[in-house]
Design a protein around this ligand. Structure first.
Ligand code: SF4
Length: 81
């Protein structure tokens, strides 16, 4: 029984920079001052997605960020699929 890691992903190219994700899940998201898009912290690029594993206690806020994203580019594994 370990701590499950859940993956969060973002199709960053389509981000419109609204900032909703940073409001709901500031531990994992920040706004990029260069291009105005949201950065998923510590994420690695996989194809056209940025992907990172988060701890279970950060899942709920990332689900809220996914639901709040107006262009629906945030996915939490097992959620919104
Ligand atoms: S909520 Fe979606 S569109 Fe808004 S900044 Fe975050 S990733 Fe970009």
């Amino acid at each position: 029984m370990g701590i499950n890691k859940i993956s969060v992903s973002q199709k960053r190219d389509d981000c419109i920079g609204c900032g909703a994700c940073t409001s709901f899940a500031p531990n994992n998201w920040s706004m990029n001052g260069q291009d105005g898009k949201a950065d998923l912290k510590d994420a690695v690029k996989k194809g056209d997605m940025m992907v990172v594993q988060v701890d279970e206690d950060q899942v709920e806020e990332n689900k809220q960020a996914a639901d709040a994203c107006p262009v629906q580019i945030i996915k939490v594994s097992g959620h919104n699929e």
